[in-house]
Design a protein around this ligand. Structure first.
Ligand code: SF4
Length: 251
């Protein structure tokens, strides 16, 4: 595992290595969004590693390792793709175990980001169980801020978003422009269905979070995730009973 701190000396090499401005990146994203709409997930990731080199990363919630596996196929060998994982301090043990397994067996470079405060430090400043009282603030502190800091070194990042996961994700582009972070945002499996994911996992023996076999269709932080009921969409178990549906990483 490479931590952000340990890897910082590479940062100057990565930053601006391709010499592209935000306007260049935005144009690239818009063109690629049109050109790659019908491309396969592997082709999209091959384009990403060829276009962005080490200024490209994959983010993973460790619900499964499908996109990380695709990235390892797109960029095999020594120059491994960075797979960024946000350790909020609230994950299920199974999620941390999946992260550890991915790091041990897959041909990718796992980078773990952590919030500035531990859970205990956050409790001391904001009171216990902030996730119950103000989940938006909790997500901002434990997810959104660390990711924004972690992504500063990259021009492009890939996610595992899929259009069929929920109505809020129905228009996810395969390549788009992340206006908030001024980066190219790539969702190589945006067009996949759950059946496509299951088939890929079975064909390639991809690591998945054991909770997926235990009634969880989408895996987030333990205090904010429950099993889904028959007929519910995959994300219905996230922040159930609250108006919140997204953590802010993709807003
Ligand atoms: Fe906090 Fe819940 Fe957001 Fe995790 S998902 S950061 S516990 S509010």
């Amino acid at each position: 595992m490479t931590t952000i701190q340990e890897d910082r000396e590479d940062q100057e090499d990565r930053e601006g290595r391709e010499g592209r401005t935000a306007e260049d990146l935005k144009r690239l994203a818009e063109q690629a969004g049109r050109d790659l709409e019908d491309a396969s997930a592997l082709e999209i990731l091959q384009w990403a590693v060829e276009t962005f080199g080490k200024t490209f990363c994959v983010t993973s919630s460790m619900e499964d390792a499908v996109v990380a596996h695709l990235a390892s196929r797109a960029q095999p060998g020594d120059s491994q793709v960075d797979v960024v994982f946000l350790d909020t301090g609230y994950h299920f043990p199974e999620t941390i175990g999946t992260r550890d397994a991915v790091e041990a067996v897959m041909d990718v470079n796992v980078i773990t980001l952590t919030p500035r405060q531990t859970v205990a430090e956050q409790d001391a400043e904001y009171g216990p169980k902030l996730h119950d009282r103000d989940p938006d603030l909790c997500c901002a502190l434990r997810k959104v801020k660390p990711l924004e800091e972690g992504l500063t070194r990259y021009d492009a990042w890939a996610t595992g978003l899929r259009r069929d996961e929920s109505p809020t994700r129905a228009n996810t582009p395969v390549v788009g422009w992340d206006e908030k972070r001024q980066k190219v945002k790539i969702s190589p499996i945006a067009r996949w269905t759950q059946d496509d994911v299951d088939a890929y996992v079975a064909e390639h023996g991809v690591l998945t979070n054991p909770l997926l076999m235990d009634g969880y269709a989408s895996v987030g932080c333990a205090p904010c995730t429950r099993r889904v009921l028959e007929g519910e969409d995959a994300r219905a178990g996230r922040w159930a009973g609250r108006s919140k549906t997204e953590c802010g990483l993709h807003g």
